[in-house]
Write a protein that binds this ligand. Structure first.
Ligand code: OFO
Length: 182
């Protein structure tokens, strides 16, 4: 019997699908990293930093899902990433936020590389889709830098760490500066 197979129209080339799936892995790792950091902070009594990182972890999962939907709607297949090698312990609260900034810089580079490939392969639809991520990364790097600055401005002695933790709890408020694209 002849089957009536419907082949979805692809607007995504195979290479772009692969790169976007690699970005899905990065966003999934971001979510897992921040969840692990949140848990460590909570066990150490840095409750505001923990809340900040739990929320950040949720946001990263949201970014991953945004990519899932885009890839599938464009005729590709988004793949659930394997997440391994997550760091569970940290030397200090400062190390947590140094790792956040390092990781965000890597994510920004990765997004920029895909944007560049969009231009060379004339995939303007994906280029347009990724602009949201370009703006998001700039904001996230700014927030991570602000968090690290707190350690230098306030200092870690005495009630310093307690104050830094309080101030980190307010950093998500910075999102309100440019919420339009969320
Ligand atoms: Fe996904 O926003 Fe940063 O990593």
């Amino acid at each position: 019997m002849k089957q009536n197979l419907i082949t979805p129209q692809r607007s995504l080339n195979k290479e772009m699908e692969k790169w976007l799936n690699e970005q899905i892995v990065m966003e999934g790792k971001s979510s897992a990293y921040y969840l692990s950091m949140a848990s460590w902070c909570e066990t150490k009594g840095y409750n505001n930093s923990a809340e900040f990182l739990y929320k950040h972890s949720d946001e990263e999962r949201g970014h991953m899902l945004k990519l899932f939907k885009y890839v599938n709607q464009a005729g590709g297949h988004a793949l659930q990433p394997e997440i391994v090698d997550i760091k569970h312990t940290f030397k200090s609260l400062r190390e947590v936020f140094e790792d956040v900034l390092k990781h965000e810089i890597q994510v920004t580079k990765s997004i920029h590389e895909i944007v560049d490939r969009c231009l060379t392969s004339k995939d303007f639809t994906t280029f347009n889709f990724l602009q949201w991520f370009v703006v998001e990364q700039r904001e996230e790097e700014t927030i991570a830098r602000r968090a690290l600055e707190l350690f230098d401005i306030i200092g870690e002695d005495g009630v310093g760490l307690w104050t830094i933790d309080m101030e980190i709890g307010k950093l998500h408020g910075l999102d309100d500066v440019a919420p339009a694209h969320r």
